[in-house]
Design a protein. Structure first.
Length: 650
């Protein structure tokens, strides 16, 4: 319906910003963005410009986000200095924090989560140069415990020749042997930390010119909208985006949403209805004219979830709901082409007289024996069971050995299935293989783990790793306020701007003393920090597009909402309700429904009774599925008494 590639000949702030970046690249500058998303957007824009100029091939432009640029500088530094310490990956660093934790922190429920919190505190210390404050004891017990923990971590790294990614900036700032670009162009930095200032100052001393690309300070067309509730706000935004694309199919629209994770589902549903109604048919595929910047945990991706459940099933029983999902997911051998037979078998297993909430792999394999229609599934799960008995003992191994055995076991089970993977599944498969490579890198300290520990690390790391499919440069980009840095658009809608959501409230870090955080100017330490950051982001967004719309909802489930005072101060008039053109005015032509005679009513079944009315009032499709299609709920079991038995006892 809408093109996925915006024009490169747009005018306004977007073209002005890119023109400045392009001039810097022509002068031989290296462009550094605040985040990876802005770097990808500039790279795509550069490729479009090269194609429009008639080029078929061109050198990759030196456009990097800050973190990847630091890693490149460190690789060059380590190549020129053989005695340079080994740079720890994020997972390696977390394992070191877990291993050197003090005795007082050893009995916590989740050492990995506490180690991740310690890594955040350590990065703050390094980014803000809090070395002198660490010499004296801290009064707060948790802060003092972390201070001792950080000292142990630092000693361990010095003894082993390791270095955290948070500590590499001072070494890079003192490096005088690297070849530096003539100019560095910064894009999209809302806030620059002291560590970043240290490195940029050292580059300036070496003769490198450091500039910051900014769009011209043009006054955009502003709008201030008040919706009755969040649903009306999202629907008005979707209708507005459609009208912008209808007026200019080459437009690039930014939808900025604070707290986007909580509203993603509502936004996606409203955009489907308004922008692409055909996508509500589950048989329709293809790219949507919008995309979200927010990914999802890798452990929640269906292909990866199937792999984790299989690896867990080797040594642990699975819940009956997990087994049903795994067998019907299509990610095992024979489960895609033989799904109906497997579904019937799974339902019969759950209707057994002695229902149990969990089943081991061996127990389930024995139930498949002798069923000819499930022979292939039985063979694969039997192979998995035999390999588990041969290799997955409690004998400790290095992580790289466990990753090889995990891939071997998944192959025995026929994972990832017989269907050819789609684009997103192929990307998830590549991300899974990279995850295993990251786990194999834990051999760096020659530690060994039993299978239960390895599986725990695998599941935790998969839950923490974010998977986002490759961007197809959709014309509508939905993102958070900070993620929008370095982006330029034809139009912007900034939603959810009530006084509880904007400015976004930060918090002091729980492992660092509040006085230290205030002394060194860490984020959210002073009362006005959140306001100042929100003001800077709002000012940037006003310069990112010639048309900017602000909106908020008047009420939510908990009560009434007030507009953000920061946004209200930009307007001399109160916000307006959505205009008729922003209402959901698009009528979709409905497809004719076939005659009901194609689904005859069963002659032996009574059509009457209050149950029909009860089901229709709850859900019309439920009544249709139960009365016309004969659908029945799956039997389920739980530990102890079920609700009916509890009622009888009571």
């Amino acid at each position: 319906m809408f093109p996925a590639t915006p024009s490169v000949d747009a005018t306004g702030p977007a073209a002005s910003l890119f023109a400045g970046v392009l001039d810097s690249l022509r002068r031989g500058a290296t462009v550094i963005t605040a985040n990876a998303r802005a770097a990808r957007a500039l790279q795509i824009r550069y490729a479009q410009q090269q194609r429009s100029a008639g080029h078929e091939a061109w050198p990759s432009p030196p456009i990097h986000d800050w973190d990847s640029w630091l890693r490149e500088l460190w690789r060059d530094y380590a190549f020129r200095n053989p005695a340079a310490p080994m740079l720890l990956s994020s997972l390696q660093e977390q394992m070191v924090w877990v291993r050197v934790r003090p005795q007082d922190a050893a009995q916590v429920l989740s050492p990995e989560s506490l180690a991740a919190l310690a890594m955040e505190a350590w990065r703050l210390l390094c980014d803000y140069g809090v070395h002198s404050a660490r010499r004296a004891e801290w009064e707060q017990p948790d802060a003092e415990l972390f201070r001792q923990w950080a000292a142990r971590f630092e000693r361990e790294c010095l003894q082993r020749g390791w270095i955290s990614s948070a500590q590499i900036v001072p070494a890079l700032a003192e490096d005088r042997g690297a070849s530096q670009p003539q100019e560095i162009c910064l894009v999209g930095f809302d806030r620059i930390t002291p560590a970043q200032q240290l490195l940029l100052g050292a580059l300036r001393e070496q003769g490198v010119s450091v500039c910051e690309a900014q769009p011209p300070a043009e006054e955009p067309q502003r709008s201030w909208i008040r919706a009755m509730d969040a649903r009306q706000e999202v629907e008005a935004c979707a209708a507005w985006a459609r009208s912008v694309l209808e007026a200019d199919p080459t437009a690039r629209i930014g939808i900025i949403v604070p707290g986007m994770a909580a509203r993603r589902g509502d936004i996606d549903r409203a955009f489907r209805r308004t922008l692409m109604p055909a996508s509500e048919d589950i048989r329709q595929g293809g790219d949507m004219p919008w995309e979200f910047s927010l990914g999802q945990p890798l452990a929640d991706v269906p292909l990866v979830r199937a792999a984790i459940l299989l690896l867990r099933w080797i040594t642990q029983p699975l819940a009956e709901a997990e087994i049903s999902w795994l067998l019907l997911s299509g990610f095992l051998a024979d489960t895609a082409s033989n799904s109906f037979a497997i579904a019937r078998h799974d339902a019969s297993q759950r209707r057994r007289a002695l229902l149990i909430p969990e089943r081991s792999l061996g127990d389930y394999v024995s139930g498949l024996a002798g069923k000819s229609e499930l022979r292939r599934l039985w063979e694969h799960l039997s192979d998995l069971q035999r390999s588990a008995a041969d290799h997955f003992s409690n004998h400790p191994r290095q992580p790289s050995a466990w990753t090889e055995l995990a891939q071997f076991a998944l192959g025995k089970a026929g994972w990832p299935g017989e269907r050819p993977p789609g684009s997103i599944e192929f990307q998830a498969l590549q991300r899974w293989e990279r995850l295993l490579d990251e786990l194999a890198s834990l051999d760096f300290d020659e530690s060994q783990h039993d299978y239960a520990d390895f599986l725990q690390i695998l599941e935790a790391h998969a839950a923490e790793s974010i998977f986002a499919p490759e961007s197809h440069d959709a014309p509508i980009q939905v993102m958070g306020p900070l993620e929008s840095s370095g982006q330029q658009f034809s139009a912007v809608w900034f939603m959810g701007l009530d006084d509880t959501a904007w400015p976004q409230r930060g918090r002091l870090h729980p492992l660092l003393p509040p006085a230290v955080q205030r002394q060194f100017g860490m984020p959210s330490a002073a009362p006005g920090d959140d306001w100042n950051l929100a003001h800077a982001v709002t000012t940037r967004l006003l310069r990112s597009a010639p048309q900017v719309v602000f909106s908020y909802a008047e009420r939510e489930k908990e009560g009434e909402l007030r507009p953000s005072p920061l946004i209200a101060g930009l307007f001399a008039h109160p916000p307006n309700p959505p205009t008729p053109q922003n209402a959901d005015r698009h009528i979709v032509d409905l497809e004719p429904v076939p005659d009901s005679a194609n689904l005859p009513w069963p002659a032996a079944q009574n059509a009457g009774g209050a149950e029909v009315l009860r089901r229709q009032s709850a859900c019309p499709f439920q009544a249709f599925a139960v009365k016309r299609l004969g659908a029945q709920p799956l039997e389920s079991a739980e530990w102890g008494l079920d609700p009916a038995e509890k009622g009888k006892v009571l």
